[in-house]
Design a binder for this molecule. Structure first.
Ligand code: HEC
Ligand code: HEC
Length: 220
């Protein structure tokens, strides 16, 4: 696993386009050294576990689009907006490609969905709520939050705070960049309690499964 990870990183580094991307990630490019991506997103693109999302292994097109949307203001954010604007268009593309090709740092589907479905958030995530016209999150993001296709991003293991913020931003139409407005419609039907519970649930989908309680009790 580790070895495969290293090889992927080495391959990525040899490619001139991702080499430019790596330079931007480490130096901040046009945004300046103080705003180098690694200072907030971590050396391996693993995020900070609190408010800053992980980037390593996100779909390339999704990331490139987010960088464009931050730059254009379609996705409003006071931290990422100025950074994306300060980068040249080619640098935005290159740095996205660099992160997309980094090995994933978060184990997706670590928490077994079957065990987690019993909670309100688990039911909502896995089955939706047809009565309210809510499609399941799983239908677009995967039962384990692993993402579906190029446009529906993986979300497992993103920090709960980050997930909750995104849902709130959509509710207020401050993030309005999803291609068909699905996330806007979905988030507006969720209560604040559900947003909060879904954040915790999605974060937990990215953790390694905990050992069963019995095994824990039996171990010295
Ligand atoms: C000062 C801290 C900071 C720096 C520096 C920074 N970021 Fe971010 N980044 C954030 C935060 C906080 C968010 C979440 C913003 C939001 O809610 O939209 C974020 C979000 C993102 C996202 C959206 C991820 C997703 O899952 O949709 C991308 C892509 C991204 N950053 C790329 C970069 C790149 C590339 C750089 C370097 C050029 C960079 N960031 C530098 C803090 C930072
Ligand atoms: C019909 C498909 C669909 C359904 C159902 C759906 N999503 Fe999404 N979701 C998307 C798409 C597409 C995006 C990416 C939007 C973009 O390009 O900015 C997204 C993005 C997100 C993001 C932002 C990810 C990031 O890295 O910033 C979060 C969080 C999220 N969805 C949570 C949920 C939750 C929780 C549910 C269930 C309540 C849900 N989604 C249901 C399609 C869907």
């Amino acid at each position: 696993m580790l070895l495969a990870g290293c090889t992927r990183t080495e391959e990525a580094r040899r490619d001139p386009f991702t080499a430019t991307g790596e330079l931007v990630a480490l130096s901040g490019g046009g945004a300046g050294a103080k705003r180098a991506c690694i200072t907030c997103h971590g050396l391996q693109g693993q995020g900070d576990g609190e408010a800053t999302p992980w980037l390593a292994g996100l779909p390339e097109g999704y990331m490139q689009k987010q960088m464009q949307d931050y730059a254009s203001g379609l996705r409003e954010n006071e931290v990422m907006g100025p950074i994306a604007k300060a980068l040249s268009h080619p640098d935005r593309l290159a740095v996205s490609t660099y992160y997309a090709r980094l090995p994933r740092q978060v184990e997706r589907g670590g928490g077994a969905p079957s065990a987690l479905t019993s909670s309100t958030a688990g039911l909502l995530y896995q089955q939706g709520d047809p009565g309210r016209g809510l499609a399941s999150c799983a239908s677009c993001h995967g039962a384990r939050g692993e993402g579906v296709g190029a446009a529906n991003p993986p979300i497992a293991g993103q920090p709960a705070g980050y997930i909750q913020t995104q849902l709130d931003l959509w509710k207020k139409a401050k993030r309005r960049n999803d291609p068909q407005g699905q996330m806007l419609r979905i988030s507006q039907r969720l209560t604040d309690t559900e947003v909060s519970a879904l954040g915790e649930y999605v974060e937990a989908l990215g953790r390694p499964a905990a050992p069963p309680a019995q095994a824990q009790a039996a171990s010295p």
